[in-house]
Design a protein around this ligand. Structure first.
Ligand code: NDP
Length: 399
């Protein structure tokens, strides 16, 4: 059916590449392009014999002209951006210049400011409309599946949605005293930022990790959860009409938070450059270089993730509650594709978003978040491609 250019060769890319190759009727040819070509070639080698034809290329995706040249020579139908959020705009510019569809899993963040927002990418809407191409933003798990869950709830179960709590638990253990499950720089920037949630049309800001509760997760058990700001809150506040409150919660162990606190206190999580022996270094980037590579955690991580949405609202004039979630087992993900569940839960939806676009099911000129499309084909594909979901109509609620 089509050709996909996959940019990035980290943990998430590894899953996208495996999933595209499990779906060769849709992804007939792929090109894995990243900064370090050896990582692209290593991936290609693990998939020898696949019916999907695999190419590789060295690419600096910060360089729009280089992305344009690669698109012109490979001629993909779609670009799947699973590099870092810093590359979103340069890749979108290249898609516009060449008339190719675009999918990503994280919104743009300027390298010098830890402030991820959709405004930069939403500003491309008219240009994508005029070019007749689709940009699908945030087709990972959160953002991604969480937005599809909300759209599904809205379509099938509610007349009005009043509150959404997104609850994200990772009960996996990799055996290291401290490591992050995806890119450490992006992960730590997210967690050390102020918390924020949406209430009655306003954004309420909180100190980092200052709101804590305990939630008893199905198949995992009780865990400490902390209120964080997460990027899908911004688009859901716009796209789920009438919603009054949206919050995002993530689990962290005491051990993880103790390490993070110490690293913060000594300045290791700072993104301001410092002079060191005649060189300028950014402490957080130096820390990233010392921490385990997230793509190396797969073989060691045991346990489950559970990510879902607890939704409250009204149906036929009566109060209604709904919880929809996916449970993923780290070891099973590793056995299937050689990555842990955090990469798996992001890479599978990226492939599904690209597939729905290629099939023309989610194709519409412009720039869209996942919840703006019909959720049903995506929900069906989640069950088929490794992320089955469960429903509970009387869940424990968060006050
Ligand atoms: P990794 O750090 O493992 O991989 C990132 C890859 O991008 C690396 O291969 C890196 O190259 C490559 N890269 C970085 N800069 C460039 C560049 N300028 N040009 C070309 N390639 C580049 O990250 P993950 O795989 O863990 O995450 C990938 C993306 O997924 C991130 O944007 C992350 O925020 C997002 N994500 C989304 C989630 C969701 O649920 N929506 C959850 C988890 C992650 P090199 O190998 O040389 O370093």
């Amino acid at each position: 059916m089509g050709k996909a250019l996959i940019i990035g060769a980290g943990g998430v890319s590894n899953v996208v590449v495996h999933k595209c190759c499990q779906n060769p009727d849709v992804f007939e040819e792929i090109c894995i392009a990243s900064r370090t070509i050896e990582k692209c070639e290593a991936m290609k080698n693990t998939l020898e014999g696949s019916r999907t034809k695999i190419h590789t290329a060295q690419l600096d995706a910060d360089d729009t002209d280089m992305v344009i040249d690669l698109i012109m020579s490979f001629r993909p139908d779609i670009v799947i951006n699973v590099a870092l959020p810093y590359q979103d705009l340069s890749i979108m510019d290249a898609c516009l210049a060449t008339g190719v569809h675009y999918v990503d899993t994280a919104n743009y963040e300027p390298p010098e400011t830890p402030k991820f927002e959709y405004k930069w990418q939403w500003a491309y809407k008219e240009r994508f409309e005029k070019a007749g191409i689709t940009a699908l933003l945030g087709s990972g798990f959160d953002p991604g599946v969480t937005g599809v869950f909300c759209a599904y709830a809205q379509k099938h179960y509610f007349d009005e949605i009043h509150s959404i709590d997104i609850v994200d638990a990772n009960a996996g253990d990799h055996g290291y005293p401290f490591a992050t499950n995806f890119n450490p720089e992006i992960n730590i920037r997210e967690i050390t930022a102020n918390g924020r949630y949406f209430k009655k049309g306003e954004w309420i800001e909180t100190d980092p990790l200052s709101i804590k509760k305990v939630y008893d997760f199905p198949e995992i058990g009780p865990k400490n959860i902390y209120l964080l700001y997460h990027e899908e809150l911004e688009s859901l506040a716009v796209n789920i009409k009438g919603v009054k409150q949206i919050r995002f919660w993530m689990t962290f162990s005491d051990n993880y938070l103790n390490h993070l606190r110490v690293l913060e206190n000594v300045g290791m999580t700072s993104i301001s450059p410092i002079a060191y022996e005649g060189q300028e270094i950014i402490p957080l980037q130096f820390l990233k270089a010392m921490l385990p590579d997230p793509s190396s955690l797969g073989a060691r991580t045991k346990g489950k993730t559970n990510i879902g949405c607890i939704i409250q609202g009204i149906k036929d004039g009566k109060p209604k509650t709904y919880y929809v979630y996916n449970v993923c087992v780290h070891e099973e993900c590793y056995e299937e594709v050689g990555s842990q569940a955090i990469s798996y839960t992001t890479g599978v939806p990226a492939m599904i978003g690209a597939m729905l676009l290629l099939k023309g099911i989610w194709k519409k000129p412009g720039v869209f978040n996942v919840e703006e499309f019909d959720p049903d084909p995506f929900m069906e594909a989640l069950n088929k491609y490794g992320l089955p979901w469960k429903e509970d109509f009387s869940p424990t609620l968060l006050d």
